[in-house]
Design a protein around this ligand. Structure first.
Ligand SMILES: Nc1ncnc2c1ncn2[C@@H]1O[C@H](COP(=O)(O)OP(=O)(O)OP(=O)(O)O)[C@@H](O)[C@H]1O
Length: 309
């Protein structure tokens, strides 16, 4: 498989299982119902509000710099949790420590009681954590549909001989992957661009495509790292609606985002970091009134969408 890239992207997205056969992916005209195919194997838990992921005293150090300093919080099942803080507060470091990119020097991360620390990135994906990145990472020459199909779970692969001889089982699994890929594109609102190379897609579509690819792994927790970066106000509104729809469909969402209107409008709860430490953990309306948060972050005059202070 060729790992084509565009200028914005590294060669191979770290979370993608690159062994899936995606040679010729065409769009079928008899699509099944979305709900049947988006996540056929995902268990949708109704136990909303219980901790899904727990960070306990999580600490990450870079040489002499403590980027994350004994941070403790829960991500509860079924919520949209915002993770905010000024530049350099440790938000992305927190994502990276949770998803196996950085090794914490202290503390634990558990998901449904099992530790995520020390697991390889693919094992963390299999455990049910998916993420998007601040800088979009897609296979630029591949179509939108192909980008989602490569994100699909490994259990839909047949053996190498099966793929070579295109056995009935292989063809069935390939068809299932395409159906699921199309359903996911439809879910995020870009099915009309399924056959377009991802590098040719408008920026907002590429961001949605990243979300579709993350959802293809059937995560329990979806981590979005600044998904609204570069969006205009109308696109931000649409993104808020998409994030709510994802939550309402049974996923738990962790959201890093600088846009305060979006964060306050879409999250159920917010954790605030400053200099690597947690300074607040509450519902949006309380966060907005929290003196420590105002001093650290919200007190800084925000720029309007047109760039004026
Ligand atoms: N790989 C690294 N090596 C050294 N220092 C790092 C590394 N990654 C992050 N840092 C430092 O750790 C601190 C936290 O950075 P991080 O990117 O997590 O902050 P952030 O809250 O996500 O910021 P932003 O909102 O600007 O993305 C910063 O001081 C940053 O310079």
């Amino acid at each position: 498989m060729t790992d084509s890239t565009n200028d914005q992207t590294p060669p191979v997205p770290a979370d993608v299982d690159a062994d899936v056969d995606v040679d010729v992916v065409t769009v079928p005209d008899d699509l099944p119902d979305i709900a049947e195919v988006v996540a056929p194997d995902r268990e949708i838990s109704v136990a909303v509000g219980e901790p899904l992921v727990r960070l306990d005293e999580l600490t990450v150090e870079f040489g002499g710099l403590t980027a994350l300093d004994h941070v403790t919080f829960d991500i509860r099942r079924g919520e949209i949790l915002g993770l905010i803080g000024p530049n350099g507060a440790g938000k992305t470091t927190c994502f990276n420590a949770m998803t196996g990119v950085y090794k914490p020097s202290h503390g634990t991360v558990t998901m449904e009681g099992a530790s995520l620390l020390g697991k390889k990135k693919h094992a963390i994906t299999r455990a049910g954590v998916a993420r998007t990145f601040q800088n979009i990472r897609l296979f630029g020459e591949m179509t939108a549909l192909e980008n989602v199909v490569v994100g699909l779970d490994a259990r839909h692969r047949t053996s190498v001989p099966g793929a070579i001889f295109r056995t009935p089982r292989h063809l069935r699994e390939e068809r299932e992957s395409i159906d699921r890929g199309m359903a996911l594109l439809e879910f995020v609102g870009i099915a009309d661009k399924a056959t377009a190379p991802s590098r040719s897609l408008p920026y907002g579509y590429q961001r949605r495509l990243e979300i579709a690819r993350a959802l293809a792994t059937e995560p329990k927790l979806l981590c979005l790292d600044e998904p609204a970066a570069g969006f205009n106000p109308a696109e931000k509104q649409e993104l808020m609606q998409l994030i709510r729809t994802i939550r309402d469909d049974g996923y738990t969402v962790l959201l890093i985002e600088h846009d305060m209107k979006l964060v306050m409008g879409v999250t159920d709860r917010i954790v605030v970091l400053e200099f690597g430490r947690k300074i607040a953990d509450d519902v949006p309306v309380k966060i907005q009134q929290d003196p420590a948060v105002i001093a650290a972050y919200l007190g800084v005059e925000e720029e309007d969408d047109d760039g004026a202070a």
